[in-house]
Structures are given as structure tokens and as C-alpha cells.
Design a protein around this ligand. Structure first.
Ligand code: ATP
Length: 230
């Protein structure tokens, strides 16, 4: 799926990510790190919203280092930014319908899957997205991305600002999306405890460098805390 080789990226002249190399396939791949570690920068680079400064990026063996962002949904990559991924003035149903234009499966089938995953959205189909609670809005953002029928879902801190109960619901849905639909998930998070419950592998970034990359089964919270403070 995604292969990242000696990746450097950032903003204009500013370098943020420093020589990252890893591959992601058929898993929940968590990217942990404190504020400013480079998690968002990495996800934006994978979604091709930021240029690669050096190194290479491959998707299913194909070089996408210079691929324009608008080609990524068609290539099976859906990106959910930390916020702002819904149209506030449109209804829940309209938001999902717009998301459903890509992919090959019938829209109704995908809608049913999203409603099974997030029953709360089904109760609010005609409600304006802007009037949803923070957690419901985040569910809608993920639901919209799933309507693209992605192979890879890039999720940027979906738990930010949510109450613990919503975080539980959302993370269960993320785990279910991986298990039931086989979607590969790259999950950038600050909530290490919740992330460890669902991740298959964990990478810790600090100041744009990788300080740890390990299978969940071989990891403890102590390892993660230590990697944060290197
Ligand atoms: P957070 O958890 O706070 O969202 P993060 O791990 O997602 O943090 P990034 O948003 O990727 O971190 O930021 C990495 C670094 O890039 C930070 O030092 C940040 O100040 C810098 N940065 C982010 N956006 C820009 C920008 N548009 N122009 C210049 N520098 C930026």
C-alpha cells in the first residue's frame, strides 16, 4: 500500500519531516507524538496536499511522489483533517451524498454501511451538519470519507476535543472499519492510551523524526513515554 522512503517535507523552505521511511499495509498504523511533532504534516503529505521536499512516496507500487491531491481519492486514499471536513450549511445526508461520488459501489450500499457504523447519523439525516455536536460532526467527517470507498483512510486526531464516551464510540467504529471492511488506517493521535487499544503498529514522531516503530503487542505505555521524551 503506502511506501514512504526517506521522506522530507514541510512548508516552503521549512523542513518538518526528516528522512522518514516506513510502509503501511492492511493495518491500523498509529502515528503518535506531541504538539508540533509533525503528525498533520505527515498525513497532509500522504494525501499529497503538501509537496515532498525529497524522498519517495509509493501507493500500491506506483510512484505518487508528485501526484496532485485531487487524484488521491480516485486512487483509494481518503483524508479526514482534524477539523473542517463537513459542509456546515448542508444536511447530514447531503454531506454523505457528496462524499459518495467516488468509488464503484452503489451509493445506497455505502450509506447503509455508514449508518450501521454510526447509527446516530441515521437519526439526523436532515439536520444541518453545522448544528451537530463535536462528536457527531467527527462521525460525519469519517462517514463522508468512507463514502469514497477508500482503501486507505488517513485520520488526523479524530479524538481531539471529544468527550470520553464519544472517543470510545469513534474508536470502536475505526476498529470495525478496519476489521469489517478491510480499510487500512493511518491514525494520527495524541490520545496514546485509546490508540494502543486499536492500533496494530505504532510510530512515535518527535520534531519530525521517528523515535519508535513497533508492533502493538511488543509495546508498553512506558516505551511510548520514553520515545516522546528522546
Ligand atoms: P498537533 O498535535 O499540535 O496538531 P502535529 O504533530 O500535527 O501537532 P504539525 O501540525 O505537523 O504537528 O506541525 C509540525 C511543525 O510544522 C510545527 O513546528 C508547526 O509549527 C509547523 N507548521 C505547521 N503548519 C505550518 C505552516 N503552514 N507553515 C510553517 N510551519 C508550519
Amino acid at each position: 500500500m503506502f511506501e514512504v522512503e526517506n521522506l522530507r517535507s514541510g512548508y516552503g523552505e521549512i523542513g518538518v519531516l526528516k528522512e522518514l521511511s516506513f510502509a503501511v499495509q492492511d493495518e491500523i498504523f498509529a502515528v503518535l507524538g506531541s504538539n508540533g511533532a509533525g503528525k498533520t504534516t505527515l498525513l497532509k503529505t500522504l494525501a499529497r496536499l503538501l509537496p515532498v521536499q525529497s524522498g519517495r512516496l509509493k501507493l500500491d507500487g506506483k510512484d505518487v511522489t508528485d501526484a496532485p491531491a485531487h487524484t488521491m481519492p480516485g486512487a483509494g486514499v481518503a483524508y479526514v483533517p482534524q477539523e473542517g471536513n463537513v459542509f456546515p450549511d448542508l444536511s447530514v445526508m447531503e454531506n454523505l451524498s457528496i462524499g459518495g461520488r467516488t468509488g464503484h459501489r452503489p451509493k445506497a450500499e455505502k450509506l447503509e454501511e455508514v449508518f450501521t457504523l454510526f447509527p446516530r447519523l441515521k437519526e439526523r439525516t436532515s439536520q444541518a451538519a453545522g448544528s451537530l455536536s463535536g462528536g457527531e460532526g467527527q462521525m460525519l467527517a469519517v462517514g463522508r470519507a468512507l463514502m469514497q470507498d477508500p482503501k486507505v483512510l488517513l485520520l488526523d486526531e479524530p479524538s481531539a476535543g471529544l468527550s470520553p464516551i464519544f472517543v470510545d464510540t469513534l474508536f470502536s467504529s475505526i476498529a470495525e472499519t478496519r476489521k469489517e471492511r478491510g480499510v487500512t488506517i493511518v491514525l494520527a493521535e495524541q490520545n496514546a492510551v485509546k490508540t494502543l487499544e486499536i492500533a496494530d503498529r505504532v510510530m512515535v514522531l518527535s520534531l519530525g523524526e521517528m523515535h519508535l516503530l513497533r508492533n502493538r503487542s511488543e509495546l508498553t505505555m512506558k516505551d511510548i513515554t520514553a520515545a516522546y521524551h528522546i
